[in-house]
Design a protein around this ligand. Structure first.
Ligand code: GZL
Length: 325
């Protein structure tokens, strides 16, 4: 049944086109709800599940009809979903591009169909800026810089003369992977106390985070710091660290990004030293921007979330509200 429902939009779109209705307005009255096509990239982390929930619940609150497709970590599935939204003549398309490159062709099709596009959570790389109306999400470079700033303070507190760092990065060619890596390096590059001895990609997945940490521990006997681009990979890495008989947060300083409840709980337990917030709860902002685009209004090129950083030096960790993801 679920599968039949999933292909329904495609069948309807085909009927619209075959029946000579292509180009006919989807709605016969302006009163009908705005139709937003949303192509989510996957379900790889609690962060992503929180992001999906935020979008779905915000659409309901806003009275916006949501066509939702999950690409299960495959760019070609995201492109297919966007094509189905175009065929169905949605009012606005929003999508979280899994990687930055390879979107021009399908976004040209959306532009030809007169459908405005909003990139959410992650950015695209294109020479033609007119292919999308704007971006809503996090400033990942700032997140990386916050991680680096914490490490400068932690090294000071430790009186450390030198620290070896390993990095477990996110999905290669994704905006958070590129910018969290760059921001972190910007913050520490002029300080001779730090050496990044290795960096492996864990694709934002818990299982791969564990595999990466096992490899790094096997190859390096003197790891002082782990910088992990998301909490899911950090949870896997901590399993590997403990299986090696080491104390996460003590033997190895751990800096992680996302701010999932699980990571904040580990911070309180002393198993993580710094959690850089990256909020997935951007659903209401997406709906606001979609409404503006559907009304033909222009929007900011980039709308950034306000984000915090939680560290072992904070006094108020026990009074933090539930994270919601
Ligand atoms: C960041 C988002 C990342 C999260 C990961 O905005 O794209 O993708 O940090 C998720 O948890 O997989």
């Amino acid at each position: 049944m679920a599968k039949a429902l999933r292909v329904l939009p495609l069948i309807l779109a085909l009927l619209l086109t075959l029946g000579g209705c292509a180009g006919a307005p989807r709605r016969d009255s302006e009163e009908e709800a705005l139709l937003l096509g949303f192509a989510q990239l996957g379900s790889e982390s609690a962060w992503r599940l929180g992001n999906t929930r935020s979008v779905q619940e915000a659409a309901q609150r806003a009275g916006i009809q949501l066509m939702y497709e999950n690409a299960e970590q495959k760019q070609e599935k995201q492109i297919k979903a966007i094509r189905s939204f175009i065929a169905y003549q949605v009012d606005v398309i929003a999508f979280a591009p899994i990687v930055e490159d390879g979107w021009d062709t399908v976004l040209m099709e959306a532009r030809e169909a007169g459908i405005p596009v909003l990139t959410t959570d992650r950015m695209i790389h294109t020479e033609d800026e007119s292919l999308y109306a704007g971006f809503v999400g996090s400033d990942f470079q700032a997140e990386g810089e916050k991680a680096g700033q914490f490490l400068l303070r932690k090294a000071q507190e430790m009186g450390a003369e030198h620290l070896n760092i390993v990095e477990i990065s996110g999905t290669i060619d994704s905006t958070p992977m590129k910018q969290r890596g760059q921001g972190f390096r910007n913050a520490i590059q002029d300080d001779s106390r730090f050496t990044i001895v290795a960096s492996l990609s864990g694709d934002f997945l818990r299982s791969k985070g564990k595999e990466c940490m096992e490899q790094l521990l096997a190859a390096h006997s003197d790891i002082d710091v782990l910088y992990s681009h998301n909490d899911a990979m950090t949870l896997g890495a901590i399993e590997a660290i403990e299986e090696k008989g080491l104390e996460p947060g003590q033997d190895i300083v751990i800096i992680t990004v996302d701010g999932e409840q699980a990571a904040v709980d580990l911070l309180k337990e002393g198993k993580v030293n710094c959690v850089v917030e990256c909020t997935p709860l951007i659903g209401d902002t997406i709906m606001e921007l979609a409404r503006k685009l559907a009304a033909g209004e222009s929007i900011e090129r980039a709308t950034y979330s306000e984000e915090r950083v939680f560290t072992e030096f904070d006094e108020d960790l026990d009074s933090l509200p539930e994270r919601g993801y």
